[in-house]
Design a protein around this ligand. Structure first.
Ligand code: FAD
Ligand code: FES
Length: 250
C-alpha cells in the first residue's frame, strides 16, 4: 500500500465540531463503502483512521468530528494543502440482492460510512430505510444524506429533533412493524453492541463497522484487535466491517 500526497479541495465546518472535507482522488482502486483512509495529521501525531464518506473519480469525501489534536489539525487545513494518506484500507459492507429489505442504522458520527452506503444504494436502485440518531439537533448531519426516495427516521437523545429516543429504541419499534433482511450499521461501540445483541435475538443479519483505536492501520501491530468467534481479528485489516454474530460482544 503506497501512501499518497493529495490536495485538500474543499472543507465545510458545521456547528464548530463536524467537518466535511473533500480531497483529490489519487487512489489506485475504487473505494467501497466501509473502507477507510489513514491520514497523517502532522507533527508527532500518528495517522488517524477516517471512513470514506463518498467517492467520485475526481474526489474523496470524509466527514468527521473534531475530537482531539489529530482531527483538530485536519479541520484547520486550507484548500490546496497536501495531506499524506493511505487508502482505501480495510474490507467493506457486502453487496446485496435488490429485493432485500435493508435498514441503515447510524449513531452520531457513524453517519460518515453510512453516507457512502446510501449513495451506493441510490445508484444501484436498492430500496432502504435509514434510522439515524444523535445526541441533539446540533449533532445531526442528515442534510449530508443524498436525495432519494427512501424513508428516513431521525431521533435525538434530548428530543430537540425527530423522535426523543435512541436509535436502538427506534430500531426495536421498526423491527416489530417490518423485519429487515439485513442491517448495515456504524456508530459508537455501545450502540453497535445493543444492535448486535438485538439482531442476534431477532435472527437478523447485521454488519457493523467498528471504530477501534488504530496504530499501524495495516494489519501489522495487532493494536486494534476485537475478540470474535474466529479468535482475535484486526479491525484495520480483517474489518472494519464484521457480521454481528462473529463478534463476542462484551
Ligand atoms: C475504521 C475507522 C473509521 C473511522 N471513521 C471515522 C469517521 O468517518 N469520522 C469520525 O469522526 N471518526 C471516525 N473514526 C474515529 C476517529 O479515527 C477518531 O475520532 C480520531 O482518530 C481521533 O483522533 P484525534 O487526534 O482527534 O483525537 P485523540 O486525541 O486521538 O482522541 C480524542 C478522543 O477520541 C477518542 N478516540 C480516539 N480514537 C478513536 C477511535 N478510533 N474511535 C473512537 N474514539 C476515538 C479518544 O479515546 C479520546 O477520547 C474512525 C475510526 C476508525 C477506526
Ligand atoms: S492498527 Fe495495527 S494491526 Fe490494526
Amino acid at each position: 500500500m503506497k501512501h499518497k500526497k493529495v490536495r485538500v479541495l474543499s472543507k465545510k465546518i458545521f456547528n464548530g465540531k463536524y467537518v466535511e472535507l473533500f480531497f483529490e482522488n489519487r487512489f489506485d482502486s475504487i473505494p467501497q463503502p466501509g473502507q477507510f483512509v489513514h491520514i497523517f495529521t502532522g507533527g508527532a501525531f500518528m495517522r488517524r483512521p477516517l471512513s470514506i464518506a463518498g467517492y467520485s473519480p475526481e474526489k474523496i469525501r470524509i466527514v468527521f468530528q473534531i475530537k482531539g489534536p489529530g482531527t483538530k489539525k485536519l479541520a484547520e487545513l486550507s484548500n490546496g494543502t497536501k495531506i499524506d494518506i493511505l487508502g482505501p484500507l480495510g474490507n467493506s459492507f457486502p453487496g446485496i440482492e435488490k429485493q432485500q429489505k435493508i435498514y441503515l442504522v447510524a449513531g452520531g458520527i457513524g453517519i460518515a460510512p453510512i453516507l457512502f452506503v446510501a449513495d451506493k444504494f441510490i445508484q444501484s436502485g436498492n430500496d432502504f430505510k435509514i434510522l439515524y440518531g444523535a445526541r441533539t439537533k446540533n449533532d445531526l448531519l442528515d442534510f449530508l444524506l443524498p436525495e432519494g426516495n427512501y424513508k428516513k427516521i431521525i431521533s435525538t437523545d434530548d428530543g430537540s429533533a425527530g423522535e426523543k429516543a435512541t436509535v436502538i429504541e427506534i430500531l426495536t419499534k421498526e423491527i416489530l412493524k417490518e423485519k429487515p433482511d439485513i442491517i448495515f450499521s456504524a456508530g459508537p461501540f455501545a450502540m453497535l453492541k445493543s444492535l448486535g445483541l438485538l439482531c442476534a435475538k431477532e435472527n437478523i443479519d447485521a454488519y457493523v463497522s467498528l471504530e477501534n483505536v488504530m496504530f499501524c492501520g495495516l494489519g501489522v501491530c495487532q493494536g486494534c484487535v476485537v475478540e470474535t468467534t474466529l479468535g482475535y481479528q484486526r479491525v484495520c485489516k480483517d474489518g472494519p466491517v464484521f457480521h454481528n454474530r462473529l463478534i463476542k460482544w462484551k
